[in-house]
Design a protein around this ligand. Structure first.
Ligand SMILES: *[C@@H]1O[C@H](CO)[C@@H](O)[C@H](O)[C@H]1NC(C)=O
Ligand SMILES: *[C@@H]1O[C@H](CO)[C@@H](O)[C@H](O)[C@H]1NC(C)=O
Length: 152
């Protein structure tokens, strides 16, 4: 009798572990990260690292289809202009489905970092896949903004 219940216990345990593994995307968590600059297009341009950054801006990733569990997802830029929006991909989401359905927005007007820049609109960009890395038992997929333009 004791053996039989051990077998049942093991079966249940195996089923649980399998379903947890299946519930997780092979992409792991998706990190959309980068640095936002205080320029008309949010990019650093020719001056590279000497370009002023855009601190305290809201950065939002929204997806047109149900490819991530937490869309829209917000973050803010740090005092050095860096941001990191973490997305939880749906179990069957692929890099291609996330890149084609999600975009990154900066709703905070550029005039917040420099009064000569537009106060009317924010920025928007498509996404670009960088790589998926394994970190011990988990994975992180890095995605970046392909290039911001003024949102019309
Ligand atoms: C995103 O974050 C990773 C890990 O911290 C870093 O290696 C990478 O350079 C960052 N990408 C950008 C564009 O800042
Ligand atoms: C973004 O703006 C900077 C400075 O205004 C410029 O040098 C750069 O070429 C622009 N980049 C893109 C992708 O439009």
């Amino acid at each position: 009798m004791a053996q039989k219940s051990l077998v049942i216990f093991l079966l249940v345990a195996i089923i649980k572990v399998t379903s947890i593994a299946e519930a997780q995307s092979p992409l792991g968590l998706v990190h959309v990260n980068g640095t936002l600059y205080c320029t008309p297009n949010g990019s650093s341009g020719a001056n590279g690292n000497t370009t002023p950054v855009f601190p305290n801006a809201v950065v939002q990733v929204t997806c047109a289809a149900y490819v991530v569990a937490n869309s829209p997802s917000n973050a803010a830029t740090t005092t050095t202009g860096e941001y990191r929006v973490v997305l939880i991909p749906r179990p069957d989401a692929t890099v291609a489905s996330i890149v084609s359905n999600c975009r990154i927005f900066v709703p905070t007007p550029l005039s917040n970092c420099n009064p000569v820049l537009p106060s009317s609109a924010g920025l928007v960009s498509n996404l670009r896949f960088v790589r998926t890395v394994s970190i011990s038992f988990s994975r992180v997929t890095y995605i970046v903004a392909a290039g911001f333009t003024v949102q019309t």
